[in-house]
Write a protein that binds this ligand. Structure first.
Ligand code: NAP
Length: 324
């Protein structure tokens, strides 16, 4: 069994704690918060055996094997490194880091400490993703020419870490990683060149982001992330011989239907997914730690993700403007 500690009382825990409990070889042992009142109230609310004051105190507990890090984005590298130093395996929320150099530091530390560190991209563990990749890999739509993908949701106007530049806010860093990782997964590598454009919020973060990625083999991708429109996710792949439409690519339901279009005919392919999302992510993590199974999201992939996201962000900041 993996005995887990959770750093912080984040909202996303509401999805992950039930998954940790459903997973076969995990046990939620402790939650840490910056304040005692919050730690104790949260542990009571979620029936977590131990409430801990301060994240380091939890890391110092030798009975904890693994930690889940759902902290604001700018704290991911710092607390992942602290957890590694304490000998813990780490499942860290996306984005793991804001640049490739920090992923390298994490990879070196994890390798020296012989612990697993994985960035949380739940969709990567779902059968729908595996089916999409196998169809494309088998040439179902011919050579891949373009990927069009995005993730938007309407951000609540109340205080939110996503609007705070000091906490690594912005739509690209929050949900842009989904279309970017999926695109790189389909293409098998990072782009040669990126372009980006954003609508900037008064706080300084991007509240809507459009990016374009160009790949060596002549393929392009369009990625979209945003806080200004209701929840919507999409992924379409265009090939030399057809197209593939993927419903709910980043949060698949228990049954999804892919649409594969070739020579003007549409084939509908039903894919059975998980009854509860996040459980496979946890069980794959258990397998990586307890059985030494290969990680699904490797640090090499996280390095590519961070590098591309950083390049897109930089491109939007620096873009020259040409008026029509
Ligand atoms: N995989 C997914 O589907 C998914 C979905 C949503 C979010 N996420 C990721 O999960 C992370 C958390 O997102 P969230 O929306 O759940 O966050 P949230 O509700 O705002 O919670 C963040 C937690 O971090 C702790 N914290 C430490 N320093 C803080 C500071 N200076 N300001 C605010 N909070 C601070 C707080 O815990 P204490 O006060 O208890 O210490 C707080 O509860 C982000 O990295 C996000 O990208 C992933």
């Amino acid at each position: 069994m993996l005995r887990w500690g959770i750093l912080g009382t984040a909202r996303i825990n509401r999805r992950v704690i039930p998954a940790l409990r459903l997973a076969r070889r995990s046990d939620v042992a402790a939650v840490a918060s910056r304040t005692r009142a919050r730690a104790e109230a949260y542990a009571r609310e979620w029936s977590i055996p131990r409430a801990v004051v301060g994240y380091q105190t939890l890391l110092d507990d030798s009975s904890i094997h693994a930690v889940y890090i759902p902290l604001p984005n700018t704290l991911h590298v710092e607390w992942t490194l602290a957890a590694i130093a304490a000998g813990k395996h780490v499942l860290c929320e996306k984005p793991l880091a804001f640049d490739a150099a920090d992923v390298d530091r994490i990879a070196q530390a994890a390798s020296a400490a012989k612990v697993i560190v994985e960035e949380g991209f739940m969709y990567r563990h779902e059968p729908l993703t595996a089916r999409v990749l196998s169809l494309l890999g088998d040439g179902a739509i011919g050579a891949i020419r373009a990927v069009v993908s995005g993730f938007t949701f309407a951000l609540e106007p109340s205080h939110n870490i996503r609007l705070d530049p000091q906490l690594g806010g912005g739509s690209l860093w929050d949900v842009g990683g989904y279309p970017v990782t999926y695109t790189q997964l389909i293409m098998g590598h990072e782009p040669k060149m990126v372009f980006g454009s954003a609508h900037w919020h008064a706080s300084g973060v991007d509240e809507e982001f459009m990016g374009m990625l160009r790949f060596d083999e002549g393929a392009t991708a369009n990625i979209f992330a945003g806080f200004r429109t209701p929840y919507r996710t999409w992924l379409e792949v265009l090939g030399s011989e057809g197209g593939l439409t993927v419903p709910n690519p980043f949060r698949p339901g228990p049954i999804e239907t892919l649409e594969l279009e070739r020579r003007s005919t549409i084939e509908r392919i039903e894919v059975t997914g998980s009854p509860e999302i996040f459980v496979r992510e946890i069980e794959d993590f258990e397998a990586a730690v307890l059985d030494r199974a290969p990680q699904v999201v490797t640090l090499a992939e996280s390095r590519r993700t961070a590098a591309t996201l950083a390049a897109l962000h930089g491109a939007a900041r620096e873009a020259g403007r040409v008026s029509p």
